[in-house]
Design a protein around this ligand. Structure first.
Ligand SMILES: NC(=O)c1ccc[n+]([C@@H]2O[C@H](COP(=O)([O-])OP(=O)(O)OC[C@H]3O[C@@H](n4cnc5c(N)ncnc54)[C@H](OP(=O)(O)O)[C@@H]3O)[C@@H](O)[C@H]2O)c1
Length: 298
């Protein structure tokens, strides 16, 4: 066994909002030497009290370590920082681990900017809350050149022990994380719609919660079945067609309306089913709705 002490790994974190502060804290707890910069100084001081090294400028954070994690509210905030502080020359040989959420255009333009400055880029998306960082519940999707991802691996493992390597296409974490978010957001909005219907119809929230727990088990299995049907090209056979679901949903629409709840969500869902029937998929399985959202090229 080699008893030689390993050098402490260094990393810089730019942006100390809820997520950035969580990232810096997780690195500190795992024994890293962490340099931090944030526009508002109070957030820097909070991290310094936990052992981080304060940087007075973002340039100092870039110079402090070969790996720099950026986690801001938007890509344009980072672009402004780079321009305002003239950081392009300091990007050379620095690896930017970009964990800000952005659009596909922003991700591509940002990678080009870093590479033009001679820097290296790993672009990632966090699919978890700050409190889950460093635990097995943390979900982190990352893309970049293989050698870059290899060099980032020890740091990424500290944030998410089983982080996901999505390969070289820098846009993949954004595509996957936004697809997952589409499912999560619409499901939560639907949950709130149901809760509002209960409230308007005199059903207790506890009863709604109790029965949601039972519905969740069915939902989990059904989601898997739907995805497998699309993957295997078996969206025709069904026990509950798009038409059947549309009729079930009509009754939701009717009750939601009679209870006096807002119908904006129910109208949108009805429009999706109508589109499915209009393109001739009424008798197909619910999984055929994938053709409504993204028709396959045939
Ligand atoms: N929080 C979560 O649960 C979560 C989960 C997954 C992904 N994310 C992603 O993580 C990223 C950060 O989220 P957050 O929750 O940490 O946001 P946040 O708490 O609102 O923090 C935003 C950060 O961006 C900085 N910032 C904003 N505009 C700036 C500008 N023009 N110049 C310099 N700094 C600027 C803020 O600096 P100041 O402190 O000076 O305002 C702060 O450090 C987002 O892209 C978000 O989508 C967050």
């Amino acid at each position: 066994m080699n008893d030689t002490p390993q050098p402490t790994q260094g990393v810089s974190v730019i942006g100390l909002g809820s997520m950035g502060a969580g990232l810096a804290q997780t690195f500190l707890e795992s024994g890293c030497r962490v340099s931090v910069w944030n526009r508002s100084r109070d957030k820097v001081e909070a991290l310094v009290s936990q052992g981080a090294i304060a940087c007075d400028t973002p340039g100092e954070a870039l110079d402090a370590n070969a790996h720099v994690v950026v986690c801001l509210s938007t890509y344009s905030a980072w672009r402004e920082i780079v321009e305002e502080h003239g950081l392009t020359a300091q990007l050379r040989d620095t690896c930017i681990i970009q964990l800000t959420t952005g659009t596909l255009d922003e991700v591509g333009e940002h990678a080009a900017m870093i590479r033009e400055g001679g820097g290296l880029i790993a672009d990632g998306a966090l699919m978890c809350f700050p409190r889950q960082l460093g635990t097995s519940d943390a979900s982190l999707l990352v893309s970049g050149d293989p050698a870059v991802l290899d060099s980032c691996d020890p740091l990424l493992r500290k944030l998410a022990p089983a982080w996901t390597n999505l390969g070289e296409d820098i846009t993949k974490p954004t595509v996957l994380s936004r697809s997952l978010t589409a499912g999560i957001v619409t499901s939560l909005v639907g949950y709130m719609n149901g809760l509002a219907m209960c409230r308007a119809g005199g059903i207790s929230i506890d009863l709604y919660m109790q029965h949601t727990a039972k519905a969740n088990a069915i939902l989990r299995a059904e989601k898997d079945r739907l995805a497998e049907a699309v993957r295997d090209g078996e969206t025709e056979d069904t026990q509950a067609s798009i038409e059947t679901w549309a009729e079930a949903h009509d009754s939701v629409h009717s009750v939601a309306g009679t209870l006096g709840t807002d119908l904006v969500l129910q109208d949108a869902v009805r429009a999706v089913f109508q589109d499915g029937q209009r393109v001739g998929l009424g008798e197909h399985d619910l999984s055929a709705l994938v053709e409504v959202f993204a028709p396959s090229a045939e």
